[in-house]
Design a protein around this ligand. Structure first.
Ligand SMILES: [Cu+2]
Length: 150
């Protein structure tokens, strides 16, 4: 893996701008399966910044959702609440984990329930305008944001 990463870095060095590697590499992506009549879901993934500069994710979209927001989860008193944020900032060479109970990509107005085994294609737009595309398989996921009661 380390060898692969270094050779990609080398290729980037030698290649012109036109062939630059994507600024983010995406791994472990998945989307939450939805029960019938539920039109919201979320996408999770690990976003690895492959550059030596900060990378800012400005927006996300998928054809299956009428609206997509970047969300974080915050504790308010005894309750965990989701809140929209303007962007996700990923430090140089760092990995930013989108996961249940933390930052995630929130989907609204799904055109149909997300079923296990489907692939959801997602596009991220960085502040620089660069687009990052990836596929998120649909999986059953624990709620993660609603289990904070005692
Ligand atoms: Cu959310």
């Amino acid at each position: 893996m380390r060898t692969l990463v270094s050779s990609i870095a080398l290729m980037t060095l030698y290649a012109s701008h036109a062939f630059a590697a994507p600024s983010l590499s995406i791994s472990d992506a998945y989307a939450r399966a939805t029960p019938p009549n539920v039109t919201t879901s979320a996408v999770f993934a690990k976003l690895h910044n492959t550059t030596d500069k900060e990378v800012v994710v400005a927006s996300a979209k998928t054809e299956r959702a009428g609206a997509v927001e970047l969300h974080t989860v915050e504790q308010q008193g005894d309750v965990m609440k989701m809140r929209q944020v303007e962007s996700f900032t990923i430090a140089s060479e760092a990995t930013f984990a989108l996961k249940p109970g933390a930052e995630h990509i929130m989907l609204f107005n799904l055109d149909a329930p997300l079923k296990m085994g489907e692939q959801l294609s997602v596009e991220l737009t960085l502040l620089t305008g660069e687009k990052i595309n990836f596929d998120a398989p649909v999986k059953k996921v624990m709620q993660g944001m609603k289990h904070h009661h005692h």
